[in-house]
Design a protein around this ligand. Structure first.
Ligand SMILES: *Cc1c(COP(=O)(O)O)cnc(C)c1O
Length: 453
């Protein structure tokens, strides 16, 4: 398994757990508060009242796969969910290496005697021959005990072939979650295709190559409370349950809801909820209820020290294309973060930034590695000089747990015409992640056992 995040071994810095001050302020970084993630997990688990899966795809929405996964397992997650097989294999290797699967032999393990269940829902396109070949990614997934999602006959056939090839070694059926399309029209079997898929799955189950452990789907408009969409999803889901039952299948687990479904559609919670965005302290739709209203604490703070503060005269243009001109003599700050780090270029002339007690904003275009922020007038209206309100080395915060000056990721999403999910998830590997929280140092020590790439 290659490391997906080369920075992983270097990103957990020594943390002063008693003061909460993590590191010398020398570089840009995303400070991830693992206590906030644990808090959010407890809040959402209490709302849901059913077992929950921590969705940690895309490097845990940019927050860092292993620290988030371990934090969620400690907070009571019984499942972990990812989109890609590479993510699933990487996660399994990290957890095994951290001793999470072997509590008796590791003092820092989570209190469970089982390997945590992992579900992966995007399948590769493989012929049965390819799937059965030694070293195939599906055989690796089965050997790693990863549950796989099945939407099509081709996926089922590939997994069954991999399981037949693998069972010589392991002798256990592939655990599959049948995915039905209940209205999103993304993955999942269409209602018309489900009877044949269910019959084939039943045949594979009878053969002992697969075990259909779950039936599942995904909601498309769970944040639109009045749309009636989720009720339609639910009724199609119940219809799918009847279809698979008629095929002789009896999946014990049914899951449908992500964060929005969990929060706003109690009927959709079923046997398991798959929680992503809420764990990270963000609302699936701040227009319905924001983080504070949901008692969630945003876990990521993106910050960097100002590398330069300088004065420019009235009328001078800033950054590529000169899209902003100083209305008066101005103090500017230079922040060493740009679109190469994942700061959206759409935040040009508007992305909010806090420096000390000041609310500032990006002026001019976002560059690859840097942005310029406006620190305010350099003279009084009468022309008397004003001192700069900040100095090189002062920390600029782009987003974090919001307060009177610190912007929320929600605000960035609004400025950039996107959603908070994208703001945090697109943050690049170039930005070191630094972990805060009661267990941060301990969790960082777990990764010493990470297998070599
Ligand atoms: C991303 C994802 C989730 C988590 O969604 P949130 O809105 O972040 O809670 C759940 N299920 C599936 C299938 C997903 O792709």
């Amino acid at each position: 398994m290659t490391r997906r995040r080369a920075a992983w071994s270097g990103t957990i810095s020594p943390v002063n757990a008693s003061t909460g001050t993590p590191l010398p302020a020398t570089t840009s970084r995303a400070v991830i508060d693992l206590d906030a993630i644990a808090h959010n997990a407890h809040v959402l688990a209490a709302v849901g009242g059913v077992p929950w899966m921590a969705v940690v795809k895309a490097d845990a929405y940019g927050h860092g796969l292993a620290p988030v996964a371990i934090t969620c397992l400690r907070a009571g997650a019984t499942w972990l969910g990812v989109a890609q097989l590479a993510e699933a294999l990487h996660l399994r290797a990290l957890l095994d290496a951290a001793g999470v699967a072997r509590p008796a032999h590791h003092p820092d393990s989570v209190p469970t005697s089982e390997r945590p269940r992992l579900l992966c829902w995007l399948m590769p396109v493989l012929t049965p021959e390819q799937a059965a070949a030694p070293g195939s990614v599906l055989r690796a997934a089965l050997a790693a005990g990863i549950d796989l999602s099945v939407s099509t006959r081709a996926q089922l056939d590939a997994i069954a072939a991999a399981a037949r090839a693998e069972s010589a070694a392991a002798g256990v059926p592939a655990r599959i979650h049948l995915k039905v399309d209940t209205g999103m029209s993304r993955g999942g079997a269409a209602a018309a295709d489900l009877p044949a898929l269910a019959a084939a799955a039943k045949a594979a189950e009878d053969e002992g190559t697969v075990a259909v452990v779950a039936l599942w789907s995904h909601l498309s408009r769970a944040e639109e409370l009045g749309s009636g969409s989720t009720a339609k999803h639910l009724s199609r889901f119940l219809e799918a349950e009847r279809t698979v039952a008629e095929a002789g299948l009896n999946p014990r687990l049914r899951h449908l809801a992500a964060t929005a479904g969990l929060l706003w559609h109690p009927d959709a919670r079923l046997d398991l909820v798959r929680i992503g965005i809420g764990l990270y302290g963000l609302s699936p739709d701040p227009a319905v209820a924001n983080s504070a209203a949901l008692d969630l604490v945003p876990a990521m703070r993106l910050e960097a020290p100002l590398t330069q503060v300088k004065r420019i005269p009235a009328g001078q243009a800033v950054s590529y294309g000169g899209t902003w001109r100083a209305p008066t003599d101005r103090w500017l700050g230079l922040v060493p973060l740009g679109y190469g780090d994942g700061v959206p270029r759409a935040a040009s002339n508007g992305g909010p930034v806090a420096v000390g007690g000041i609310r500032s904003a990006i002026v001019g275009r976002v560059c690859m590695d840097q942005v310029v922020i406006d620190l305010g007038p350099a003279t009084t209206p009468e022309g008397a000089p004003l001192d700069p309100p900040a100095a090189a080395g002062d920390v600029a915060v782009l987003w974090g747990a919001p307060d009177a000056v610190i912007p929320a990721a929600d605000e960035w999403a609004q400025v950039c015409s996107t959603i908070n999910y994208e703001i945090v998830t697109r943050l690049g590997e170039r930005v070191p992640r630094v972990y805060l929280g009661r267990d941060a140092a301990r969790i960082s020590s777990l990764h010493d056992q990470e297998p070599r790439a």
